[in-house]
Write a protein that binds this ligand. Structure first.
Ligand code: INI
Length: 168
């Protein structure tokens, strides 16, 4: 396998190949649920900010909205099939209610997004909050728990960079 030289480090005994957090010349799509928008809009802001801070051009960032977290995998599947993006970042907020609905939405959302990532070999950042309360979600959407939208961007970016280096 041919390994691109960027991101390659040599130590005394082993070669380490890892992704770089450089978003220049990459295209990204953020797919975000509208459900719980007061929370999700902060995740979107955090994700866009993280992409720009790491060198992404605004014109290389697209945002697609879907009704709820349950719909994220289908939109991500279509976007992955287009093969237009180096990484997809899925954002949403699922908050536990009185019924098992929460568990179905979370399980299918996570499994569906992972399936898209593996089927199309495209990084899918998982920035879907799964919380017991609105306060917990707010904390993780730009509050004291950081911004999981930004965290999802960094993971997706690192993987996009890694996959470029591992091109066969
Ligand atoms: N969708 C969410 O994104 N977050 C939630 O907390 C949520 N709850 O609690 O119901 C939710 N439900 C909607 C779901 O994602 C679908 O949009 C809906 O079932 C229609 O398919």
């Amino acid at each position: 396998m041919w390994i691109r030289p960027t991101g390659r480090r040599r130590t005394e005994r082993m070669r380490i190949i890892e992704g770089q957090l450089v978003a220049r010349d990459m295209r990204f799509v953020i797919v975000a649920a509208r459900f719980n928008d007061l929370i999700v809009r902060n995740l979107v802001d955090g994700a866009v900010d993280a992409l720009k801070r790491h060198g992404a051009a605004e014109t290389d960032i697209h945002v697609v909205r879907v009704p709820g977290a349950f719909e994220l995998p289908l939109a991500a599947h279509r976007l992955a099939r287009l093969r237009r993006y180096d990484a997809i970042v899925a954002l949403g907020a699922v908050i536990r209610g009185q019924t098992p609905h929460f568990d179905f939405v979370c399980t299918e959302c996570a499994a569906g997004l992972n399936r898209v990532s593996l089927e199309f070999e495209v990084p899918v950042g998982f920035g879907v909050l799964t919380c017991d309360t609105v306060d917990q979600a707010m904390d993780r959407a730009g509050g004291k728990g950081g911004n999981k939208g930004a965290d999802a961007v960094l993971a997706a970016l690192e993987m996009a960079s890694l996959l470029r280096q591992l091109e066969g």
